[in-house]
Ligand binder design. Structure first.
Ligand code: B12
Ligand code: SF4
Length: 537
């Protein structure tokens, strides 16, 4: 830092998760960058997009004169985060940490639980209002150990209101490291349609907090049960800037509304969606919404008209006894089919998330779940295992019952190996069930069946579904290089060829027709919303 103006170069770093490449950058980095006092410079590195060893990161910081590094991590990535933090601190660089895990286990990060110290300071909870203080103190060499939001008379954190919301300059940020198009396919993809040479998924939040308190979830504890929203204007304005960028760059931008439950207040969501439609701010988007809130026809119409393409639904289990065990009774497995039908009528996909290893699960749970899933509208199923994250009611229950086999599972991270013993199956059985579910759901045969099941949908929609299937498979099966992609394309060649043939002939037919008249084929090529209306009616 220079003595005159306290200038510091700051790096915000997110470690890679060691298993898959994330499809989207992390919002916290962009948010804190926007909230950093202007006299400092901030650079961002996401280990998922730019793989670096600890030594390389240290070298980068030395070469760039970085004086402060902020590291954020979920529980799953925290062991990696600590390794990077240790290397940086050993090189004399100050490290501050934040995010859900260090909020839940601050003593671990600060070395006060008997282990090694990893961070000079930690930010507990939402750091929107503490980050500037941390930076100021670091610049003056007066960093404290713990930063946390002010508390109210009852001792609860005073949460940021989100009004006003920081300006994230998406229109100028260098997002190249986050493009999802593999580099060897960029040239070819850039010639398709409006241009697919670059494809980004950008995280946007419209609100924070969820009151439902599912037993395994950290959100109610971390963000609180009082929900806060941004103004509709600020969300619409952000979307319009992204839309302008996509057009200018001849690339594609999709949005992930990262709210934990976008429809938690249906009335508010309807006004937001109407404002998005009125402003023409539609971009393709995905959001998380619980099944119980998707029973409203008007809401689902608005979701479709406002650009909604995928809805992530935490279905967790097809067994109501399991749902009751984890305090998620409000989501009824018996309703899932109707919800998916309602979405499919508007050509919206569902990403359906399931958890294995719940207390009422027995061997065979994968096949039982798949039988149901395959009888529904085709979607994108994902499978995980019940994981006790620190500070959740689930963690406390299992700990009290003496069922934890690896109480600090995050320090010895093993993908898809449970950290406690399920009641009616073994840890190894749960691992095998999970593997089986992934294998069966994304096999070439299942991909072909899923595409055949939506044969009446527009060709653009079906191609999009197949591409999404290829990406989702990569959540479980490593698919990081050209060879892995070529193998995948070869295995699915029949489905790809038949969609390609149909796409080309539809495109040719559309080109031969006069442009001034709306035709069904145009709808098919563009995935036109008019066509959606027809399907709906
Ligand atoms: C989007 C998201 C994802 C994305 C990936 C992340 C991304 N690229 O954005 C996807 C969908 C891939 C994902 C996956 C998973 N996720 Co997730 N995800 C979220 C979600 C919904 C939003 C994250 C977000 O951007 N929040 C908004 C920002 C503003 O909040 P924030 O990140 O907490 O940051 C604030 C503070 O924490 C702090 N902060 C954060 N980092 C730092 C760093 C520093 C230096 C400082 C000072 C402050 C600071 O400042 C920020 C502003 O206040 C959260 C829930 C939630 N609402 O946060 C779950 C959440 C983070 N995920 C969670 C989990 C468990 C997972 C999975 C493990 C699920 C699974 N079983 O597979 C996977 C694993 C990911 C992987 N393989 O990498 C848990 C984490 C719990 C924990 N203790 O770690 C959460 C909290 C949800 C939950 N139900 O409990 N996830
Ligand atoms: S509904 Fe989702 S965000 Fe809310 S508590 Fe349950 S799992 Fe967490």
């Amino acid at each position: 830092m220079t003595a005159e103006n306290n200038f510091m170069k700051i790096l915000l770093y997110n470690p890679d998760n060691g298993v898959t490449r994330n499809f989207m950058p992390h919002l916290w980095m962009f948010l804190l960058q926007s909230l950093t006092p202007k006299e400092h410079e901030v650079v961002l590195i996401d280990g998922n997009a730019k793989a670096m060893s600890e030594a390389e990161l240290v070298q980068f910081c030395k070469a760039e004169n970085v004086e402060l590094v902020g590291i954020g991590a979920m529980t799953r990535m925290v062991a990696r985060a600590y390794k990077f933090a240790d290397a940086l601190r050993d090189a004399g660089i100050k490290v501050v940490m934040g995010g859900p895990h260090v909020t839940e286990c601050p003593d671990e990060a600060l070395g006060k639980d008997g282990g090694k110290r990893h961070a000079d300071a930690v930010a507990l909870g939402e750091a929107d209002e503490t980050w500037a203080l941390m930076v100021g103190d670091a610049a003056r060499g007066e960093l404290k150990e713990i930063y946390q939001p002010q508390t109210d008379a009852k001792g609860n954190d005073v949460k940021p209101s989100l009004q006003p919301y920081p300006h994230i300059p998406w229109e100028t940020l260098d997002l190249d490291q986050f493009s999802l198009v593999p580099s060897f396919m960029r040239g070819f993809m850039s010639k398709l349609g409006d241009g697919w040479g670059k494809f980004f998924v950008v995280p946007i939040e419209t609100g924070r907090g969820c009151p439902y308190g599912c037993e395994f979830c950290t959100v109610t504890g971390f963000f609180g049960d009082s929900i806060r929203f941004r103004t509709n204007e600020s969300v619409v304005e952000e979307l319009l800037r992204l839309k302008a960028r996509a057009k200018k760059e001849k690339g594609q931008i999709a949005v992930f509304f990262i709210d934990d439950n976008l429809a938690i207040n249906k009335k508010r969501l309807k006004t937001l969606l109407k404002d998005i439609i009125a402003a023409g701010a539609q971009l393709p988007w995905v959001a998380q919404i619980s099944a119980n809130l998707l029973n409203d026809e008007e809401l689902v119409d608005l979701i479709a008209d406002a650009g909604g393409k995928w809805v992530f639904i935490g279905m967790e289990s097809i067994d109501p006894a399991n749902m009751a065990d984890v305090n998620k009774n409000f989501s009824k497995p018996g309703d899932y089919q109707a919800v998916l039908d309602r979405l499919a009528k508007r050509n919206i996909y569902a990403i359906t998330s399931f958890i294995f290893g719940m207390d009422n699960d027995t061997p065979g749970v994968a096949d039982r779940t798949l039988e149901q899933v395959n009888s529904w509208q085709p979607g994108l199923p994902v499978f995980g295992q019940l994981t006790p994250f620190p500070s959740t009611p689930l963690y406390t229950r299992l700990e009290k019952a003496g069922r934890m086999t690896r109480p600090k599972h995050w320090l010895e991270f093993a993908p898809f190996v449970m950290a406690h013993t399920p009641l009616k199956m073994t840890i190894e059985e749960a691992r095998k069930e999970t593997l089986h579910a992934w294998q069966m759901s994304y096999s070439p045969e299942r991909n072909a069946e899923a595409i055949a099941a939506i044969k009446d949908a527009p060709i653009g929609y079906r191609i999009g579904h197949l591409v999404a299937r290829f990406f989702f498979r990569g959540i479980y099966f490593p698919q990081m290089n050209k060879r892995a992609w070529m193998k995948l394309l070869f295995q699915n060649r029949r489905t790809i060829l038949s969609l390609t043939r149909e796409g080309v002939s539809t495109w040719r037919a559309a080109k031969r027709k006069p442009k001034d008249k709306f035709s069904d084929d145009d709808a098919v090529i563009e995935g036109n919303t008019e066509h959606k209306t027809e399907v709906r009616a």
